[in-house]
Each structure stands twice: as C-alpha cells, then as structure tokens.
Design a binder for this molecule. Structure first.
Ligand SMILES: [Zn+2]
Length: 243
C-alpha cells in the first residue's frame, strides 16, 4: 500500500474513533430521562422537607413566645385577683375588674394560640417523620437506576480514554502533513474531517463531485478533498478493498 492509500485508510479509522469519542462524550453529558426524573423528584422532595422543617422551627419559636406571654398574663391575673380583695371603694373595684377582664381575655387568646400551634406542630412532626421514612424507601428503589447510569458513565469514560489512546497511535503513523491536515480539519469542521462519497456527492455538504474527481477518490492513490467543504473524501468500497 502506498503512503497516500495508507494515510487515507488510517484517516478513515481515525474518523471512526473520533466519532465514537464524540458520541460517548455526548451520551455522558445526557443522563437518561429516568435518571433525570429521579434526580428532579428527589430534589423536589428534599426542598419540601426542608420547607416543612423550617416551618416547624418557626412554630416552635412562636410557641415559646406564646408560652412566655401566657405565664405573664397568669401572673398579672393573680396580681389583680389579690388586689380585688383589697379594694376600698367602687371606683377601685371597677378598675381592678376591668384589669382582670383584660388579663383573662389575653390569657385565653394566648392559650388558644398555643393549642392551635401544638396541633399544627403535631401534624408537621408526623408528616416529617413519614417523609423521612419514605425517602429511604425511594432512595433504595432509585439506587438501581442511578447505579446503572453511574456504571454506564464509567464505561463511557473508558471508551473515550481507550479510543483517544488508539487515535494517538494511529495519528503517529500518518505523514506529518496529513496528520496536520487531519487535525486542522477535525478542529475546523466540528469533529468531522472526512466525508464519504455517496451517489457521487460529498455526504456532508452534498456538493456533487466532478466525474474525474470521483474516479480519483475511487483509485485512492492520493488525498482528495471536497471542493466545497474541503473535507477529505473517501469511498466505503475503497476502504474495504484496502483494509
Ligand atoms: Zn463537502
């Protein structure tokens, strides 16, 4: 095999490796829908749990404030009830009664609010306990799916690594000018340095080849590039006959 033929065959192999590398990288960046859904659902549940825990904390803060007010009202009430027994005239009596009414009402309001908060705290605590419990179950079931995806990602990483190493070895076998040309095209043409000739046209830019060029591509004794997109052209059958 002469050097142009050899380099062309090598470039076809290289392009195949780079295509597989690109596919593996793309797949690695795209978790399957079932993994994305699980990740999203898990995040959502975590957010809800955190909101609930925050609400519980707020309620607990409020309840200690309500309890403090409640005992203040209790002390006031006892104070005015003692005073009631010591009043000397009707005016004082009326004033004390009014204070007692006020303190009783405040005590009642605080006590009502405390009961309300206690009931809500109970509901929230139960909810949180249940959510924490069911999260463990959910994590166990989603583990399988996530593990499978992690395994696949590791596999893809190995594919990329192996193919890159193989590509490096093949590139070393190219004539320096062809190696540079291939690298330049790979970079400037979005990862596809080569284009197959299909039905007399470049398969990537669809530019029709002149018959004369088609023949030269078929003979595979020189590197022929597409006149329009400048990618190196090859024919599948040529590739087979030379390998
Ligand atoms: Zn082209």
């Amino acid at each position: 095999m002469d050097s142009a033929q050899h380099d062309l065959t090598t470039m076809v192999l290289l392009q195949g490796l780079y295509d597989q590398i690109a596919n593996a990288l793309a797949e690695r960046q795209t978790p399957p829908p079932e993994v994305r859904e699980l990740q999203e659902a898990s995040k959502q549940r975590q957010r809800e749990l955190e909101e609930l825990e925050q609400k519980l904390e707020d309620h607990q803060g409020e309840i200690s404030e309500v309890k403090r007010k409640e005992s203040e009202c209790q002390i006031e009430l006892e104070h005015f009830q003692k005073q009631k027994g010591m009043v000397t005239n009707e005016r004082e009596f009326t004033a004390v009664i009014s204070e007692i009414d006020y303190a009783t009402k405040a005590l009642q309001e605080n006590s009502d609010r405390r009961h309300e908060l206690e009931a809500e705290i109970q509901v929230m605590s139960d909810d949180i306990t249940e959510r924490r419990g069911s999260r463990e179950d959910e994590e166990a079931t989603q583990n399988e799916v996530v593990t499978a995806w992690e395994d696949r990602k590791a596999e893809l990483k190995n594919i990329v690594h192996d193919h890159a190493r193989q590509a490096q070895e093949l590139e070393a076998q190219l004539e320096p000018k062809n190696r540079a040309r291939f690298a330049r095209l790979l970079k400037s043409k979005g990862g596809s340095a080569l284009a197959e000739v299909l039905d007399g046209s470049c398969s990537l830019c669809h530019f029709a080849l002149r018959p004369h060029l088609q023949q030269r591509v078929r003979r595979a004794q020189e590197i022929i590039v597409c006149e329009h997109c400048y990618r190196v052209l090859y024919l599948a059958e040529m590739e087979e006959s030379n390998s």
